[in-house]
Design a protein around this ligand. Structure first.
Ligand code: SF4
Length: 112
């Protein structure tokens, strides 16, 4: 199996997020992933050479694209993308209530 064929098989097997009885799962999130595009290997090389965030996301909310994008309507904030990113390009930042998602108290501050 060549690389293109393997990629197509992975894409075909990935789940697609949908709204369930509990609503959009992004509302469950306490920490939000933020991609530093200056550090992302895919953006720097302008080639789909990494995309581990897309591969490992169990929710299927990260695109295999340049740049990778995260669907925050459905991202639960598990942080797997940040853990797996070999470039340390993804930071998990605590949500604020006024941003519309997450259940963190108002007085929580960004983690830097
Ligand atoms: S895992 Fe990190 S370096 Fe790789 S595509 Fe995702 S954000 Fe970019």
């Amino acid at each position: 199996m060549d690389e293109e064929e393997a990629s197509l098989k992975i894409t075909a097997s990935k789940q697609v997020p949908v709204t369930g009885e509990a609503g959009k799962t992004g509302t469950w999130r306490t920490f939000r992933p933020v991609i530093n595009l200056d550090a992302c290997t895919v953006v720097k090389k302008q080639d789909l050479v990494c995309n581990l965030c897309w591969l490992y996301c169990p929710e299927g909310v990260v695109t295999r694209a340049i740049p990778p994008e995260i669907d925050l309507d459905y991202c639960k904030g598990d942080g797997i993308c940040a853990t797996e990113c070999p470039a340390n390009a993804i930071e998990m930042v605590r949500e604020k209530e006024d941003e519309g998602y997450g259940n963190a108290p108002e007085n929580m501050e960004e983690l830097t």
